[in-house]
Write a new protein. Structure first.
Length: 299
């Protein structure tokens, strides 16, 4: 029991991690900013680790992991037998591209909900490259060579490599393609097009002289393009991190051992001043940490 940190240190840590402002945390706890600093130093000394990485009170890796345990413990202490404590919720609107949402974000969101049960997350669809959203959002996942215009602040959250794939059935029908790295191999295939992942990336890397295809099935969603390849429409460029599920299930197979760095990345964007809201800053920190678990790209 002697190893359990004092409750006032834990509540101070939770408030500072949430608000990212020592003055605001002090006001919430009815103490001075100096007391907040003393409590954090005491807690870090007891734990033997740094909880905050920088002066802006963003959490270190250890701090983010410990915050989950602290919040779980504090929530348990608030529970009275026969009564459930009321949780004050804060709404956070996130605009996100469809396939990124399904394949990358949603599988990890239970961890965010567990760490921040008081944040009510509202997801809405944004259109890749055009950066069009149905409603205004606090944060936005954008896809492209850059975060785009509009004076937004941003951080890159995911890059990827691409390579050609098709369904086993189409490979049996039209293949073999011998690595899909020559003009002759490409000329024998039906190419699935997408403005989100143009073929010129692969052509340039392989020295293929063909121009970007101007005919054939085209999709403005990467997941739909992969599903079209499963259905036998032809060959498509697959982003490894985004399309891993299609490979693991055997619905699509690689045509080349090589891969090429895609010119397009995913960016988390926000208007200047947005991160002054603790819930927005918390999500940015959480997403950056959550995506660190992705395996290195295999070339």
């Amino acid at each position: 029991m002697r190893r359990i940190p004092p409750i006032h240190c834990l509540t101070t840590f939770e408030a500072l991690a949430r608000l990212r402002n020592a003055t605001q945390a002090a006001e919430e706890l009815s103490v001075t900013p100096s007391a907040v600093s003393h409590r954090i130093r005491q807690l870090e000394s007891l734990l033997g680790t740094k909880l905050f990485a920088r002066g802006d009170f963003s959490l270190s890796a250890d701090g983010a992991a410990y915050l989950v345990h602290v919040r779980t413990g504090l929530q348990a202490l608030q529970k009275v037998p026969g009564r459930e404590p009321a949780i004050d919720t804060t709404t956070l609107r996130l605009a996100v591209t469809p396939t990124f949402s399904r394949q990358i974000l949603l599988p990890r969101l239970p961890l965010f909900r567990h760490a921040y049960p008081e944040i009510e997350l509202i997801l809405q669809v944004s259109i890749p490259l055009t950066n069009v959203t149905a409603e205004d959002a606090d944060l936005e996942i954008r896809y492209g060579a850059s975060a785009g215009a509009g004076g937004l602040e941003s951080v890159r959250v995911l890059s990827d490599h691409v390579f050609p794939v098709c369904s086993p059935e189409y490979l049996h029908e039209a293949g073999p393609f011998d690595g899909f790295e020559t003009d002759e191999a490409v000329a024998r295939a039906r190419l699935i097009r997408s403005p989100l992942e143009p073929w010129r990336t692969w052509f340039k890397a392989c020295g293929i002289t063909q121009a970007e295809p101007g005919a054939g099935a085209q999709f403005n969603d990467l997941g739909l393009a992969l599903d079209a390849a499963v259905a036998g429409f032809g060959v498509v460029l697959l982003r490894l991190r985004l399309g891993q599920a299609w490979l693991d299930s055997g619905r699509l197979v690689r045509l080349s051992r090589n891969s090429v760095r895609s010119p397009n990345d995913y960016f988390l964007c926000w208007k200047p001043g947005t991160l002054e809201r603790w819930e927005c800053a918390a999500f940015v920190d959480w997403l950056r940490g959550a995506l660190r678990d992705l395996e290195p790209v295999r070339k």
